[in-house]
Design a protein around this ligand. Structure first.
Ligand code: ADP
Ligand code: MG
Length: 541
């Protein structure tokens, strides 16, 4: 008897992998968009036909690939993102297994056009076998066209859903990725019809574009920071609860994931507000250090395992509960105690900023009646209730936007008398770097001799007398949001009613008037009915 065992060919291996990574057009779209995101694209255009089974095209303006990489990328385990096993545990880019493209290529007819600044290459492949490689014309970026997905795996093709079901899944996939990446613009076209086109470049604007205005206007904002975890998002009122989990969006470090744990924790947070069998609508972004969870448990990286499930459960449940309860002080409140900030991946740290002045984020007109300043809080009457503004958090937001030039009315104020900062021996080394950083922040500085830096102009929201203490903190913390957080807590400014109102009004123009750069809530509203309820419940005390 001859040998029964033979090694599987690479094509067969790829086709098997395709079963895991690409089960339908939506999963192919997800992989391809994630590659485009990893390539640093700012615009990603997706086209599909017949739900993607006939044709998927993804066009991006990212880094592109040179000829060698373009050929390599269709091979299994070709990845530019992972070098050692340890990297798997510090996953920061979207892709990492280096098998998606090979898998997709093995079950389709593929056309790849990709260009770096130097060269453009066009590759045609069929069932993973390269047919031709030629130079071509294209601006920097990549276009991938996938035709006849699964044409050579009839068993899989047969089990595909209808075109409309596949289209719906692709739409959801693109929407989810768009929610996770507000800084990137997406468009999705199906059968030549535009189904989605994004415009906004900040979180709030993006949520509004994808999930609709209702979630923002009627929803309850959630923002908490319990080191090292940050949570941000919106919860829909209990009334909007659905029979499925489809309107639940959860992102962990910007990666969309399905987590029964999170889903349950949110539901528990709603408590008795929700009846059995209903699932609350929400969009939640959690940021956690990569060492606290494992998302490699699923080939499509859609599921997550947390190291400390109890802790995460309690965190989410409390934050939801708290958000729904309004601003009542709760004994032992775990939130908003931002002491030590996590110092992990700057790419995934909250970035509520945008490069465009955002009108989207001003969710309500700044028409209000100032009532009082009580300690660090500004009270104002608004249509529908009483708003409480945390002045330190508001100031932190303003200062941050102002220093990162994100504010609409950015104006540097020339100083009558320059501030002179003597330099220590160690500091001299970094002066050049500082000056460049300063310039970016609207601070003009120059070197006098070798031992002193002179500051000539500062942004409007950073008074001259505050610059030296602020600068000291910045040097110490080495991170702008952290420095601003500590600084704004330390200044203990006494605001008059007019100053508080001015601060609040100006904050409305910021990219995110709701959350400080370190994730603290800036303001909250006590709705009239909640006020009523407060007094009703006191009858029973
Ligand atoms: P992974 O994303 O896991 O590395 P893929 O098979 O998805 O594996 O992609 C293989 C490699 O091809 C990537 O690591 C990347 O270097 C390159 N690549 C794929 N798509 C693009 C793209 N749109 N732009 C630039 N490079 C890309
Ligand atoms: Mg990939």
């Amino acid at each position: 008897m001859g040998s029964q065992i033979s090694l599987l060919s690479e094509t067969v291996i790829n086709q098997i992998a395709a079963g895991e990574v690409v089960e339908n057009p939506a999963s192919a779209v997800k992989e391809l968009i994630e590659n485009a995101i990893d390539a640093g694209s700012t615009q990603i255009d997706i086209e599909i036909e017949e739900g993607g089974l006939e044709r998927i095209q993804i066009e991006d303006n990212g880094s592109g690939m040179d000829r060698i990489d373009a050929v390599l990328c269709l091979k299994r385990y070709a990845t530019s993102k992972l070098q050692t096993v340890d990297d798997l545990f510090e996953l920061r880019t979207m892709g990492f297994r280096g098998e998606a493209l090979a898998a997709i290529a093995s079950v389709s007819r593929l056309l790849l056009k990709t260009a770096t600044d130097k060269e453009a290459t066009c590759i045609i492949a069929e069932a993973g076998a390269v047919q031709s490689i030629e130079p071509c014309a294209r601006g920097r970026g990549t276009t991938l066209e996938i035709r006849s997905l699964f044409y050579n795996v009839p068993a899989r093709r047969e089990f595909q859903k209808s075109a409309s079901a596949n289209t719906a899944q692709v739409v959801r996939t693109v929407e989810t990725l768009a929610l996770a990446h507000p800084e990137i613009n997406f468009s999705l076209t199906s059968q030549g019809k535009v189904l989605l086109r994004t415009d906004a470049t900040d979180w709030v604007g993006r949520i509004k574009e994808i999930l609709g205005e209702d979630l923002l206007s009627q929803g309850i904002e959630i923002a908490s920071f319990t080191p090292p975890f940050r949570l941000f998002g919106y919860l829909a009122p209990a009334l909007h609860a659905k029979k499925t989990r489809l309107s639940q969006y959860f992102f962990l470090n910007r990666r969309a994931l399905f987590s029964p744990l999170i889903s349950r924790a949110v539901k528990e947070g709603y408590g008795t507000r929700l009846s059995e069998g209903l699932y609350p609508t929400f969009v939640l972004y959690l940021e956690a250090p990569p060492t606290d969870f494992d998302i490699n448990v699923h080939p499509q990286k859609k599921e997550v395992r947390f190291k400390n499930e109890k802790q995460i459960f309690a965190l989410i449940q409390n934050a939801v509960h708290q958000a729904l309860m309004g601003p009542l002080p709760v004994a032992g409140e775990p939130m908003l105690l931002a002491e030590d900030l996590p110092s992990f991946s700057p790419q995934v740290t909250w970035n509520f900023r945008s490069d465009l002045p955002s009108h989207e984020s001003a969710l309500f007109e700044p028409t209000f009646h100032s009532l009082a300043v009580v300690g660090s809080y500004f009270l104002l009457q608004e249509e529908g209730g009483l708003r409480l503004v945390h002045l330190e958090a508001a100031y932190a937001r303003l200062l941050f936007d102002s220093l990162s030039k994100k504010q609409t009315a950015q104006q540097a104020q020339g100083l009558l008398c320059p501030i002179e900062i003597p330099l220590t021996r160690d500091e001299k080394e970094f002066v050049e770097e500082w000056l460049v950083e300063f310039e970016k922040m609207g601070i003009s500085g120059r070197l006098i001799g070798k031992k002193t830096v002179a500051i000539d102009a500062l942004p409007e929201w950073l008074p001259a007398e505050d610059f030296i203490p602020f600068f000291a903190l910045w040097k110490e913390k080495k991170d702008l949001p952290t420095a601003i957080h500590h600084f704004s807590q330390g200044v203990k400014r006494k605001y008059s009613l007019i100053e508080a109102a001015h601060l609040w009004k100006t904050v409305q123009k910021c990219t995110n008037p709701h959350i400080s750069p370190t994730g603290e809530r800036i303001s909250t509203i006590l709705k009239s009915e909640e006020l009523r309820r407060l007094f009703q419940s006191s009858k029973n005390d």
